[in-house]
Design a protein around this ligand. Structure first.
Ligand code: SF4
Length: 286
């Protein structure tokens, strides 16, 4: 999806007819039976994960979430389809469990702020339902649309926004994440969220090749965010699907992003960003 398509929709637009083609991605609507899923694996520090959409139109080359798609066809076409869980709000409202103090990670296998979210407001409606129920929320996104929901996020007793920014290089970002919002838009959005007084973090997960680690650290610091997470590129993760793995590995080789260069870049970031954590520790709920 082209970057400017992020701005195509307004919340006042009528509901779309499905299937809907947006750039390279096809959207359909599917009913869901549950919207809060017991967290497990890498997310097991949380009580629940919340994925308002299935699939992801951002289609990052290194995305491990593709592995969890329900069919080989869905894995092979990862990045080109999105399913909207259109009854998610009803399902959440019917969920009678006491959610007070429960930790929720949104989202683990999609980005909650898909471009269509600007028009649908699905995430926003879920936030409005969750805020008074005492949930402790972490939002993980690459999208500036999150800034739209600052007001609702402010109604939570505890809500943190994690913005993923993987590199300082537009060239690298376009190669690994051709359909994602630009770094500039992500940094502007998280600056706005931090300025509103919400807890924030910038997650460099994975950290991709950097042009200038020192000035990158300065740029990150200037957002007002003070918590940072870095994680290596999981190129050797056995669960990657072959296509994704090959594409990301090839880019990694072409850009000569070696383990040594990664460690050297992290050392520079660590020297300038005292709040830097590594890997899973950085994702734990507060
Ligand atoms: S935004 Fe997240 S879920 Fe979507 S393709 Fe990229 S890494 Fe995967």
């Amino acid at each position: 999806m082209a970057e400017d398509q992020l701005d195509l929709f307004a919340s006042s637009d009528p509901p779309p007819d499905y299937p809907l083609t947006l750039g390279h991605a096809t959207l359909t609507a599917v009913p869901t039976r549950s919207i809060l899923t017991r967290a497990s694996g890498f997310m097991s520090d949380y009580d629940y994960t919340l994925n308002p959409y299935s699939g992801c139109s951002y289609g990052c080359t290194y995305c491990y979430a593709a592995f969890f798609a329900r069919s080989e066809e869905r894995r092979d076409t990862w990045g080109r389809w999105v399913e909207v869980k259109e009854n998610a709000l009803d399902v959440l409202r019917r969920m009678r469990s006491d959610l007070r103090g429960k930790t929720v990670y949104m989202s683990s296998v999609t980005d909650p702020y898909q471009p269509i979210e600007r028009r649908l407001g699905l995430v926003r409606s879920l936030l409005e339902e969750l805020a008074p129920r005492g949930v402790r929320l972490v939002v993980q996104t690459r999208s500036p649309i999150v800034a739209r929901d600052i007001d609702v996020l402010g109604r939570f007793g505890a809500a943190r926004v994690n913005m993923t920014v993987t590199t300082d290089s537009d060239r690298v970002q376009r190669a690994f994440e051709p359909h994602c919002p630009t770094n500039q838009k992500r940094l502007a959005a998280i600056t706005e969220v931090a300025a509103a007084g919400l807890p924030t973090a910038i997650t460099m997960t994975p950290l991709l090749p950097l042009e200038d680690p020192e000035s990158f650290a300065t740029e990150l610091h200037s957002t007002g965010v003070r918590d940072f997470v870095v994680q290596p590129f999981h190129a050797d993760r056995g669960k990657f699907i072959a296509g994704t793995r090959d594409a990301a590995l090839q880019l990694e080789r072409e850009m000569d992003w070696t383990a040594e260069r990664y460690r050297a870049a992290v050392a520079v970031l660590r020297s300038q960003l005292p709040g830097l954590k590594e890997g899973r520790e950085g994702f734990a709920p507060e």
